[in-house]
Design a protein around this ligand. Structure first.
Ligand code: S3P
Length: 431
């Protein structure tokens, strides 16, 4: 559980300089998982040392995976698909939905018993979305509230390959099915209504697994044999997003964000902010361990409101709290639709954004599947609560950069979930 702390953030005179944001959270989880399941060792560079990824790392250490921490790098000794040991205790996934949902897919096909639990926020989040397809493949999983909530008890065993049509565009659902499927004989397919982030598909291929991506979904041919590989984790675009918006809304700002992952299934935030009139340039485009990367140059810009929906939503799903802050500083109205998933994130992010921005003078109307935000060009100072959600806390710190007076943010310790040095970087670019 993170520490309860409060912070007061003062308006900025302009954010300037060059920063490197920490490693991508989604890619870090997968690097740990796939390295642990591979034959041979893998060296992972740039791993995010946030609480969520540390939960994944601890889970595999509990199952016998040896890890050598070399500071900048982590050496993970893979145990192969059949080398994990039954954990001696409950696996604590902390606040991490990715840990719980992806691990469920892995553990459903392992020949032992395991229990997954987490903090009070994670224990409230829907798990039926992964249990249903896994049970369809023959898995034995039970949980609280008629098998829909954690703790989850998994009696692993032989599964069948299958095909699953997911009603939601969720990389966690897609990955859980692929990770179960890669352990069994035959082809397992997952179809989704919109393309969700494809880090699992890319990294499994990078580890030598036969994974196909096609319009509408992905498939894996099992049983797979993962080969240990060195992985360079790019900076997290979801963390960069806070600095992109902070620079765009604060006069006098110019920032260079180095080495940011710009995978097209994640780069919706760049498209959204550019459509709003934001000046963001992608420099030095390259590829790192199968993932596209660039440096992002962002300058303060006049923004205008836009409509956001459809395919763009899963490509920016974690960024809507900070997009809402940008929308307040834009001219005209911003309408966010097709984003019902926001209601089942670390917190109900539609309710949390309306509450927090509302308390500092933002005009935000909640919709069942999104929000309508009136761009007024200003926010006032005040007091808000993060609801224990890292992205709400950081979005409020971004709002404070361009607000009329300081904002006191309660419960800011949660930022260690995904961005342990957020406050230091914010101070650095304000120096
Ligand atoms: C993630 C997928 C997304 C995202 C989460 C990380 C992943 O969740 O919101 O922060 O690493 O696969 P959903 O799969 O529920 O959309």
């Amino acid at each position: 559980m993170h520490q309860l702390e409060n912070r007061t953030i003062f308006p900025s005179q302009g954010l300037r300089g060059e920063i490197v944001v920490p490693g991508d959270k989604s890619i870090s989880h997968r690097a740990i998982m796939f390295a642990a399941l591979a034959e041979g060792s893998s060296l992972v560079r740039g791993l995010l040392r946030g609480e969520d990824c540390l939960s994944t790392l601890a889970a595999f250490q509990q199952m016998g995976v040896q890890v050598e921490d070399r500071g900048e790098e982590l050496l993970i000794e893979g145990r192969g698909l059949r080398g994990l040991q039954e954990p001696g205790d409950v696996i604590d996934c902390g606040n991490s939905g990715t840990t719980m949902r992806l691990m469920s897919g892995i553990l459903a096909a392992q020949p032992f018993f395991s229990v997954l639990s987490g903090d009070k926020y994670l224990r409230r989040r829907p798990m039926a979305r992964i249990i249903k397809p896994l049970v369809g493949m023959g898995a034995q999983i039970s949980g609280r509230e008629h098998g829909t909530k954690a703790p989850l008890a998994i009696q692993g065993g032989m599964l069948r390959a299958g095909e699953y049509h997911s009603p939601v565009a969720s990389a966690q659902v897609k990955s859980a099915v692929l990770l179960a499927g890669m352990q069994v004989e035959g082809v397992t397919r997952v179809l989704e209504p919109h393309l969700s982030r494809d880090h699992s598909e890319r990294m499994l291929r990078y580890f030598g697994v036969d994974v196909q991506s096609f319009a509408g979904g992905a498939s894996v041919c099992g049983p797979a044999n993962l080969q240990g590989r060195d992985v360079d984790v790019p900076g997290d675009i979801s963390s960069a997003a806070f600095f992109l918006v902070a620079a765009l809304i604060t006069p006098g700002s110019e920032l260079l964000l180095k080495n940011v992952g710009v995978n097209p299934t994640r780069s919706g935030i760049i498209d959204i902010l550019q459509q709003m009139g934001g000046s963001i340039e992608l420099l030095n485009k390259r590829e790192l361990s199968g993932e596209p990367v660039a440096d992002l140059l962002v300058r303060h810009s006049a923004l205008r409101g836009i409509e956001i929906g459809g395919d763009l939503v899963p490509r920016a799903i974690d960024e809507f709290p900070v997009v809402s802050v940008a929308a307040v500083f834009a001219e005209g109205e911003t309408l966010i639709r097709d984003a019902k998933e926001l209601r089942v994130k670390e917190t109900d992010r539609i309710a949390a954004v309306c509450d927090t921005l509302g308390k500092i003078g933002g005009q935000v109307e909640p919709l069942e599947d999104g929000m309508r935000i009136v761009g007024t060009g200003r926010l006032q100072g005040g007091r808000v609560n993060s609801f224990g959600d890292h992205r709400i806390a950081m979005s409020m710190a971004v709002a404070a950069q361009a607000a009329g007076a300081e904002i006191k943010i309660e419960d800011t310790g949660c930022t260690t979930t995904s961005f342990p040095n957020f406050w230091d970087l914010l101070a650095q670019v304000n120096d």
